[in-house]
Design a binder for this molecule. Structure first.
Ligand code: FAD
Length: 489
């Protein structure tokens, strides 16, 4: 099985984050490598941390706690992890039982323990007046231990009994993987089709390796293969394979192709958008990931080495672009965002137990602070225009910015910009040919089962979201596929 290298676990100088005991490596050091930024939590410290859990009667860290935010979304963990149960088990040293409890609700804790923004911690009742329980660190300690001890086994059906039913899944992101894992464990023959040269979806081709080591993804794919799931990579359904034929050849078809069409700006809105050296985030991150995976050269326009880099957009994708640019050897990185600098603490617009909306340094921003002495984000800034380089007129050379709100100082500023990355969100899927044969509309794609035997899951169904939601989506899709298959002769 793929081994996950020990450098990830090595204790090195630390930067404390507010979710102790999950610590990060020193930003000034980690900038020089691509190893994961998080350190492995210490077992004894984790047990003490788990002991801080109050085992609340109505635990808001789980949706069952009952709270719904104004937008209707439940606060807390979307996959209903029984967090108080594992905290209790970890506190008393019952690691194996804690793993079994975690495994019941989460197919891939090694992914969520690394990349989940942990809405459970935002909703933790302890967090009302002190630091919330470091739930993510407890999850990480449990799953690390489970792999170390050999408790994580291929999830085969009981008695390896096979039903003879077949399922095709298009897209191998966390939604497709979770659906595949669940349906294979029920004894169905599952094949996952993926257009990239590697399975994992954004876990493999989007989220950078310093946030999620690709060996961690490969290890899980191998376990799934050992359990019987088949992966067909390099297959672009709708281009190289006929979706209708796939549907006809299988008893059920799950569409989980993600939400990968990046939001763009027209040159009418952002003059200079068409200059060379201006790109969307996904092509930039995908090229970086492929370069690291295959060892092939980076296309020059997408290489930040020696360049002044501007990342436009203040979300998580923007943060990943910033961190990637530093590691490629960017000369400088700035990140203009229209948003105002958030308050230091929750304000009235962000009541507990929803998202706190307070100022925080993501890993990439901490790295900017270490490298350049300042948070790379420029808050409250509107990008006005991109200007060509005086030396290479077809290429971008500068970015003009101004305040995003009316301000006494309206003097536009100009920043050097040799590479501009637009990380301003995602609009929809990027794969219309896959759905054309059924004439599926956006409303259809938001429906879990728009046609008989055809199921939709993940970001494709709910819009750009999180790994933990994608896992929940995949599990829900499997729950719908199961009765459908039972009814198929
Ligand atoms: P995806 O992961 O997008 O997978 C869809 C897959 O379908 C892709 O592999 C694609 O190649 C394949 N596909 C598409 N069309 C076809 C076709 N026609 N034929 C075959 N295959 C096809 N979430 C977090 O929780 N934490 C994070 O730190 C985080 N960081 C992120 C960083 C970036 C840069 C991005 C873009 C997103 C991040 N997210 C993060 C969001 C998270 O990755 C997604 O919500 C999640 O991966 C969605 O899962 P999915 O299975 O629905 O789709």
């Amino acid at each position: 099985m793929t081994t996950v290298a020990s450098h990830i676990t090595a204790p090195t100088p630390t930067e404390k984050v507010d979710t102790n005991p999950l610590r990060m490596r020193d930003p000034a050091l980690r900038l020089n490598d691509h190893y994961e930024v998080y350190q492995r939590p210490d077992a004894a410290e984790t047990q003490r941390e788990a002991g801080r859990c109050m085992n609340c009667g109505a635990a808001f860290c789980m949706p069952e706690g009952g709270y719904r935010a104004n937008d209707g979304h439940a606060a807390g963990c979307p996959i209903s992890n029984d967090i108080p149960a594992w905290n209790r088990l970890v506190e008393t040293g019952r690691w194996r039982d804690a793993y079994d409890a975690l495994d019941r609700t989460n197919n891939f804790p090694e992914f969520t323990a690394r990349v989940c923004p942990a809405p459970c911690q935002d909703a933790c009742i302890v967090g009302i007046n002190e630091r919330p329980v470091g739930i993510k660190s407890v999850e990480r300690a449990i799953i690390d231990r489970a792999f170390d001890e050999g408790w994580v086994r291929p999830r085969k059906p009981p008695g390896n009994h096979r039903t003879g039913k077949t399922v095709a899944i298009i897209g191998s992101g966390p939604a497709g993987l979770a659906a595949a894992d669940q349906l294979n464990a029920r004894g169905h023959a599952v094949t996952v089709y993926e257009r990239s040269d590697t399975p994992g979806g954004l876990l493999a081709i989007g989220i950078p390796e310093m946030k999620l080591d690709k060996a961690v993804v490969a290890r899980r794919i191998e376990l799934m293969q050992q359990a019987g799931v088949r992966f067909e990579v390099g297959v672009d359904v709708g281009q190289t394979v006929d979706p209708l034929a796939l549907h006809a050849d299988h008893d059920a078809l799950v569409l989980a192709t993600g939400c990968l069409a990046g939001r763009d700006l027209s040159s009418a809105y952002l003059p200079g958008r068409d200059l060379a050296g201006v790109t969307l985030a996904m092509p930039y991150l995908e090229a970086a990931a492929a370069h690291r995976r295959r060892g092939t050269a980076l296309p020059e326009p997408l290489d930040a080495a020696g360049k002044h880099v501007v990342v436009i957009g203040g979300g998580d994708t923007g943060a990943d672009c910033i961190a990637t640019a530093y590691r490629q050897g960017a000369r400088s990185v700035v990140n203009p965002t229209r948003r105002d600098r958030p308050p230091e603490e929750r304000d009235a617009k962000h009541p507990w137990p929803g998202l706190p909306g307070r100022y925080a340094l993501d890993y990439a921003h901490a790295e900017g602070l270490a490298r350049a002495g300042a948070d790379p984000r420029l808050f409250g800034v509107q990008t006005l225009a991109l200007h060509p380089s005086p030396k290479q007129p077809g290429r971008v050379g500068a970015l003009q910015i101004g305040p995003s709100k009316p301000s006494p100082d309206t003097t536009p500023q100009t920043l050097p910009a040799d590479l501009v990355v637009l990380a301003i969100g995602f609009t929809t899927h990027d794969t219309p040919a896959t759905f054309a044969p059924w004439s599926l509309t956006p409303a259809d794609l938001a429906t879990p089962e728009p046609r008989a035997g055809l199921f939709v899951a993940g970001d494709l169904r709910r819009g750009p979201s999180l790994v933990v939601h994608a896992i929940a989506e995949g599990r829900r899709a499997a729950e719908r596929v199961q009765p459908h298959l039972a009814a198929v002769d």
